[in-house]
Design a binder for this molecule. Structure first.
Ligand code: SAM
Length: 213
C-alpha cells in the first residue's frame, strides 16, 4: 500500500468532520441546487472520483444520477457504503455503488463525472484527464471542485504533502491548461468562495471547474 493510500485510510474515520462533509439539510440543498444548475441533465452514469465517504456521491444520487463512487482508500469506501445504507428510501432508494479502485483503473463509460478536493492529491492530473476522456461520452461534463489554501505541509500532511506538486491547491489556470492539453478544450472555472451556503466561508479559495471537451 502506498503512503498516500495509507494516509487516506487513516483519515477516513474523521473525514466526515472536515468542512464540507457534515452538511446540514440546508447546506445539502444548496449543493444540490448548484449541481442541478451546473449539470445539463441529472441522469445517466456518473463517476465520483476520490469519493471519500460518499457525501457528494449521495447528493448526486438524490439528484437522479446512477453514481459510481471510486476511491483508493478501502476505509473511505466502507464509510461511504455504510452511509449509503443509512440513506435507503422505502420503495426505491438511491442508485449509488462504491468501489475501492484507483480512478486510473475504471472501466466502462460514464455520462458525467464529479470530483471534490481530489486533484491536489494527484501527482499527474493530466493522466487523470486522459482516463476521464477515455471513459466518458463525448458530451460528458466533469464538475471538479477544488480548494486553494495556505499550502505548507504540516501535521498529518507533513509527509504526503512533500510528494504532491498540487499541495496547497493547483492554480486554476494551470489545471485549465492541463485539461486543455488532454482533450478538454472548453474547460472553464469560477470561484464559489462567496457561497457561504455551501460551507465555503473560510479563508481558503474554492473553485468549481466545468471540464468539457
Ligand atoms: C481530500 S479527499 C476528498 C474526498 C471527497 N471527495 C470529499 O470531497 O470529501 C481525497 C480523496 O481522494 C482519494 N484519491 C486520491 N487519489 C485517488 C485516485 N487516484 N483514485 C481514486 N481515489 C483517489 C483519496 O483516497 C481521498 O479519499
Amino acid at each position: 500500500m502506498s503512503d498516500l493510500v495509507a494516509h487516506w485510510d487513516r483519515r477516513a474515520e474523521s473525514h466526515d468532520e472536515t468542512p464540507g462533509n457534515s452538511l446540514t439539510a440546508e447546506q445539502s440543498e444548496a449543493w444540490k441546487s448548484l449541481l442541478a444548475e451546473v449539470y445539463p441533465i441529472c441522469s445517466g452514469r456518473l463517476l465520483d472520483i476520490g469519493c471519500g465517504t460518499g457525501t457528494y456521491s449521495l447528493l448526486l444520487a438524490e439528484l437522479g444520477f446512477d453514481v459510481h463512487g471510486v476511491d483508493t482508500s478501502e476505509q473511505m469506501i466502507s464509510h461511504a457504503r455504510r452511509k449509503a445504507l443509512g440513506r435507503r428510501v422505502p420503495g426505491g432508494g438511491l442508485s449509488a455503488t462504491f468501489s475501492t479502485l484507483a480512478a486510473q483503473d475504471v472501466a466502462g463509460r460514464y455520462d458525467a463525472v464529479f470530483s471534490r478536493n481530489v486533484l491536489w492529491t494527484i501527482a499527474d492530473p493530466g493522466r487523470l484527464a486522459d482516463v476521464v476522456r477515455d471513459h466518458t461520452t463525448e458530451s460528458a461534463l466533469w464538475v471538479a471542485v477544488e480548494t486553494i489554501w495556505d499550502g505548507r505541509p504540516h501535521g498529518a500532511y507533513r509527509e504526503v504533502g512533500k510528494s504532491l506538486p498540487g499541495f496547497g491547491g493547483w492554480h486554476p489556470n494551470v489545471l485549465r491548461d492541463v485539461f486543455a492539453r488532454h482533450g478538454f478544450a472548453r474547460t472553464t472555472w469560477s470561484s464559489i468562495s462567496n457561497r457561504a451556503d455551501l460551507v465555503t466561508a473560510d479563508k481558503d479559495i474554492h473553485v468549481l471547474f466545468r471540464v468539457i471537451r
